[in-house]
Design a protein around this ligand. Structure first.
Ligand SMILES: Cc1cc2nc3c(=O)[nH]c(=O)nc-3n(C[C@H](O)[C@H](O)[C@H](O)COP(=O)(O)OP(=O)(O)OC[C@H]3O[C@@H](n4cnc5c(N)ncnc54)[C@H](O)[C@@H]3O)c2cc1C
Length: 469
């Protein structure tokens, strides 16, 4: 059902060069602006009237579109259908329901469907979800494997030494993040958010006052040499009174905006640092499978100067997420994170678990490691940056889903009061700094820097900090 909705939505956007499609079934489509339409397709002339009639809520002047790119106006345009972007969209629509307001919200996602670019297998802290959907358990959220054990091993070449776990995973869940994202997408659509999967936001649009006014999707049908093929189609401009960037770690548009408006300097944040995370989902023998079991390791096969380690999370259905993270400031130019990952799986304490199993999925992504010290000022003229685009990942926990969601919810509150009550969106920065995200990242701020002295000093300093201060 959901796949069908996605592909038809994609079809709508593809159709927009000739016609504007509007879902006749959706009670939340912009019909409230135009009045009910019987037809599913509205011809191009109607696009202009739609743009004019939507002026009632779209007060910002639009950027000059010098070429023939079509423009669709929204109150809020969100780039990225991950935990941050979807939580922002949901919270905005929830506020609309509570306060009897009407804001049009769209999410553009470059993955072919929601969750397609999310790496599965995640230990999920439900704090933000508890706030967003207090009854998520009754609403069939795909979260049903509580953490049952939480181990932390230091590996030497042939042995594993158990250490006290610093991860505090009691009350957390082992989930598939892509499934959770799809569920959030369903919830967002039920609330009236328009989601466009399969389209990358490739350009930021500005007006004559240097304010962001939305994004443009990429042109289609461009040959490798840059020439236009027969099926060439100009991208679509999605214009928003507010644009939210929720692209995840090192988002391309977010980085441009951070640079253009000097947001790192403005937030007094230092440069961001990164790690590479490789993850495989394995199906293993049923007798070895322990749903809810969580294991993290440090040490071998990495040398003592290279920060990184592994994780093994037992999900349901005999599946285990097996991952390896390597900080990208390693000194040895010959180190190959993928080879290190292969060596890790052959460790005598790990290999027996995987023997006889098969790999179902694999992928790799970068993650932020700068933490508290690297957070940029997240507000720019016309919008804000949220989630891992802004770097809210908690490094010692290797968790950023709950902070990404919370940042989306906080920005939604600021955006709602900006659009409805004329308050400044800059309030997001204050709200962020008085939220539990800030408290959490501040507490964790020295963990990662301690490992710059090497593995054992890092373990010692972080243990002292955790247990003494
Ligand atoms: C290996 C690894 C393991 C992890 N394990 C955990 C864990 O166990 N627990 C935990 O809480 N967190 C974990 N994280 C971190 C967690 O995945 C992130 O913190 C979280 O996904 C951030 O959410 P987000 O919405 O900010 O970004 P993302 O989840 O990255 O979502 C961004 C979305 O935006 C889309 N996008 C990007 N650019 C564009 C564009 N220009 N146009 C359109 N769409 C775009 C992407 O396709 C993606 O779907 C892990 C991360 C990695 C890499």
């Amino acid at each position: 059902m959901y796949r069908f909705i996605k592909s038809s939505t994609k079809f709508k956007l593809l159709c927009r060069s000739k016609t504007l499609y509007r879902s006749a079934q959706s009670p939340y489509s912009p019909n409230s602006i135009l009045g009910k339409e019987d037809s599913s397709f509205i011809h191009k002339s109607k696009l202009e009237s739609w743009n004019q009639s939507s002026v009632r809520s779209y007060s910002r002047s639009s950027s000059s579109e010098s070429d023939s790119r079509e423009a669709i106006n929204y109150d809020v345009v969100i780039v990225g259908g991950g935990p941050a972007g979807l939580s922002a969209a949901i919270k905005l629509k929830q506020l609309c329901q509570q306060k009897d307001a009407d804001l049009s919200v769209c999410v553009v996602e470059k993955g072919a469907e929601l969750g397609a670019h999310i790496l599965s297998g995640n230990v999920f802290e439900p704090r933000a979800l508890d706030e967003l959907f207090p009854h998520w358990k009754q609403e069939e959220a795909p979260i049903d494997v509580p953490v049952t054990s939480d181990d932390f091993w230091l590996l030497s070449k042939n042995r594993a030494f158990s250490l006290p776990s610093p991860f505090h995973n009691k009350g957390n869940y082992v989930i598939s993040l892509s499934q959770l994202v799809r569920w959030l997408g369903q919830k967002a659509e039920e609330l009236g958010v328009e989601i466009y999967p399969g389209f990358a936001a490739s350009e930021i649009l500005f007006n004559e006052h240097n304010e962001v006014t939305g994004i443009a999707t990429n042109d289609m049908g461009v040959a490798k040499d840059g020439s236009r093929k027969e099926n060439y189609q100009r991208g679509v401009a999605l214009k928003g009174r507010v644009t939210l960037l929720a692209e995840g770690c090192r988002g391309s548009l977010s980085e441009k905006v951070i640079k253009k408006y000097n947001l790192r300097e403005k937030g007094q944040g230092q440069h961001q640092t990164y790690a590479l995370g490789i993850k495989e989902v394995w199906e293993i023998d049923v007798e070895k499978h322990q749903p809810g079991s969580v294991l993290h390791t440090l040490g071998w096969p990495l040398d003592q100067k290279t920060y990184g380690g592994s994780f093994l999370y037992h999900m349901k259905d005999r599946q285990v997420a097996v991952g390896f993270v390597v900080a990208l400031n390693y000194h040895n130019p010959f180190l190959n994170p993928y080879e290190e990952y292969q060596r890790f799986k052959r460790h005598p304490a790990i290999r027996p678990l995987l023997e006889g199993g098969i790999v179902l999925q694999y992928g790799a992504r970068c993650l932020n490691e700068g933490g508290y010290q690297s957070i940029p000022y997240p507000v720019f003229p016309g919008g804000a940056i949220i989630g891992c685009s802004a770097g809210f990942l908690n490094v010692p926990k290797i968790k950023g889903t709950h902070t990404a969601m919370k940042s989306g919810m906080l920005v939604a509150e600021s955006v709602f009061s900006t659009l409805q009550e004329g308050l400044k969106i800059e309030k997001f920065w204050d709200n962020l700094r008085s939220s539990w995200i800030w408290e959490e990242l501040y507490t964790a701020r020295n963990y990662r820097p301690a490992f710059e002295y090497g593995l054992y000093p890092g373990l010692a300093i972080s243990a002292v900090e955790q247990h003494v201060w």
